[in-house]
Design a protein. Sequence first.
Length: 628
Amino acid sequence: MCMLLKRAENQSTCSLISLFYSKRFKRILPLYLLVILISIISLYYFFPDTAIEPNQESAIQALLFVSNRPKSDQENYFEMLSTAVNIFTHTWSLSVEIQFYFLVPFIFLFSTKFSEKYRYIYYGILSVFSFIFFYSLEDAVAFNSVFARIWQFLIGMVVYLLGTETLKSGIDYRKLQIEEAEHLEKLLEEGGTEKKSSNEVFSFSSFLSSYTVLLLLVPITLFPYDLPAVSVRPLVTLGTGFLMLISEDNLFLSNRFLTYIGDISYSLYLIHWPIYAYWKLTQNGDKSMLILALASSIVLAVITFETFEKWCLKLTSTSIGFLVILLFTPSVMLIKKDELLENMYSIGRNTTSLDEVTAKMTNEDAVEMNHRWSVNDHKNLFVPTCDYEREGSPYGWCRHKKLPENGKHKMMIFGNSWTANHANLFLQECGYKAKSILQGAAWGCEPLFFTKSKVCLVTDFLDRIEKEKPDYAFYIARSIGTGKPFLQNVTTFDEDRVYQKMKSQMLKMIENIKHKLYILNAIPTVESKEIRNIAGWVKDKKDYNDTQIPLLKDTGFEMSRKRYAKLVEDCNGKCLLIDYKPVFYNDSTKLYEYYDERGFSYWTSSMHFSPHGIEHVRPVWKNVCDKL
């Protein structure tokens, strides 16, 4: 950045700024937009359906260079690295860089008002203010803030200025000589100095200094525990700047292999993460496939650098502009593909039911609808009438608004994500009898069993029930841990630790429930990756007996049902079961049937009920709510 600005220093302000932006965007945008476009296409064709919706939003943020927006606790960068669901997580750093582009020309122009001596003082003062700002913020905010990163960018600028001063003083410091088209941003130095002869010896002090710094920095990257960013980040940034400053003709730092890694680094930066995320989401931790994924990232980075990047750098600014539009437009259209198709698809349709399925629909419609239901699964967890305490999340607590004025009962629905999945149906079937409805959902949690999940918040469920004191409470949760078999030598529920935990929780709950606690009984869940195959099975006329093995997932649901039945016995008459077995189980085939004769799935790939599945269990809830 500093090199580009320094070379345009004697031109007009307008020319300096326009040249800077044209050079930077020529370098960054074409490849960036190409990778985003290919990533979006891959998302639809190769990634699990559950990854589509969160990545549609992330793709928009990446296109607008705002991936470094302030993160919530659930969007912590390092948590996102761990889950690897978001294939655009890595674009946060480029977003910070692009945002700095809107500041740096003006920072530089103001610096030209000072002599060279005072210019360093000016950069130093700015860096100190930026570092203080970084130090004063919360870690997550400081990590993503461009203003908390200015001091790091300025260190890079100072490194360049010190390097040019070294040239002026006569100390040998090789200029960048390779043409831009051949070597990316290393612009041609007109009248450059001749290369050193092969027998000229590099600086021993430079060699020694570089290894001293490397020996300091490398252990930091290998340290097995978190280190405080407030001390480590300045150390690493200053150390890297120092290595850049002394790297000229250093036997290690300037070797051709490392230099080429630097050349392909931008391609590698953009390409590696989507490939890694695909491995993380689909390969179940297969280490050999991880090695293949990383190797393919490097190979693709080399190919991209040698072809697309070098070709782009030879194009005129006008051609780059057309190329950017050509890549940006289809990216936006693909991101909004499902929304556009949904709007087209709903024209003239009867949308009175939650699933929008009509009698005239066919197997081809099932293919589309099954896909849409899985893609929109997270979106469908939200209920318009619910005032969520955690903005932007269907999890946590919310209270339903706009209930009928003649409602009589205080109601509460709680559990895991199935609670949010059923909320619309519950509101339609039971809402007219409620004067208040409090909803609580914790992802991956069974409040009656309290798994070890950090988000389960068992005590919070108990506290809320105690404060709310509902007339009726509905426990709606997918069975996760309650299906565990008896431990060895355990033969009764009195000896069963799992059941005793469930019973203890239940007894604490019913103390503060006036009338009844309804508990949703367990049924087998599904293999999520098979949902996309259901419509194809029906089209190929496969027998349901042949599809149950890949589709049904037995997580010990029969054991869960036994524990729930025992729980009702020990509930002092205040618990009732809600059972889906009658609507899913076929007594003739002795199978749970999870799709209909046209191939419409009752499940999404997130192991929630699809809108069609919700409609399928509606009679169960109508019967329950009518009897309240």
